[in-house]
Design a protein around this ligand. Structure first.
Ligand code: SF4
Length: 254
């Protein structure tokens, strides 16, 4: 009789598994990177990016300046983005099941969004809630979703989106301004536990105006071939250490 257990061990043992894992993951990551490369690059300043603290970085992004070597998205990051979209789909399904009339696409099938500054600033929103159970807001409200790791989610719950995630808060303000909405429902999902945090954010006209002015400054600088000042005096600044343009940005400056 064939020893099935022995055979299983030989085929599925630790070293063989590691090798299969490595090979399959490399194939998946290659496919994702290929898909990412095939996407048309943005020719506009995204509304979700205006809250980025460094205006110089926004100019690099808007002018499609090449990233520093080795700083492009890797397969793992692309998988995280894809997972974020799946979590968003789930949260939308749950909110609809709870009675919220959450719309994500127009009648023609296009995602809701806005275009301004002659097409140079654009944004696509996660959705708009036009009705539902009483949660103390007047409909319609902007809907924005983020899937966060546990640490980031806990910080958001503790401090609120404005303090914990100022870039997301800016995104909400810009989206409300251009979509003409007076409030937003920000939903954050904990990717480890699927716990949900919901926060109502009111439109802040002053904050939105400051962000809009900043976007105009970024466009003006980019179109005049100028680079705004660096956000820090040293490349050791935490935002510069993470920045994909740091080498280019600081070359010859220190
Ligand atoms: S390296 Fe720092 S200063 Fe330069 S673009 Fe990036 S964040 Fe801004």
């Amino acid at each position: 009789m064939i020893d099935m257990n022995h055979g299983s061990e030989a085929v599925y043992g630790g070293a063989a598994n590691a090798s299969v894992t490595g090979r399959i993951n490399a194939l998946i990551d290659d496919a994702l990177l290929q898909r990412n490369r095939a996407q048309t690059p943005r020719t506009y300043l995204g509304g979700s990016r205006i809250g980025e603290p460094c205006a110089r970085k926004l100019v690099y992004e808007y002018t499609r300046t090449a990233l520093d070597a080795g700083k492009g998205f890797d397969g793992r990051t692309l998988r995280i983005f894809d997972a974020g979209h799946q979590f968003e789909t789930l949260s939308i399904r749950w909110l609809r099941a709870a009675g919220f009339d959450l719309r994500t696409h127009r009648n023609d099938g296009e995602q809701f969004g806005f275009v301004t500054a002659n097409g140079r600033i654009r944004g696509h929103i996660d959705g708009v809630i036009v009705g539902g159970p009483d949660i103390g807001v007047a409909w319609p409200v902007l809907f924005e979703h983020k899937a966060l790791n546990s640490k980031s989610w806990t910080d958001t719950v503790k401090h609120g989106v404005q303090r914990s995630k100022p870039v997301y808060f800016a995104q909400l303000q810009i989206y409300m301004a251009y979509m003409d909405l007076g409030s937003a429902l920000f939903t954050a999902l904990n990717k480890d536990t699927q716990a949900l945090h919901h926060e109502i954010v009111a439109f802040d006209a002053r904050a939105a105006q400051a962000l809009s002015d900043k976007a105009v400054d970024v466009l003006r600088a980019a179109e005049h071939g100028e680079l705004p000042p660096r956000i820090a005096a040293s490349p050791d600044f935490y935002l510069c250490r993470w920045c994909a343009y740091a080498q280019r940005c600081w070359e010859g400056a220190v």
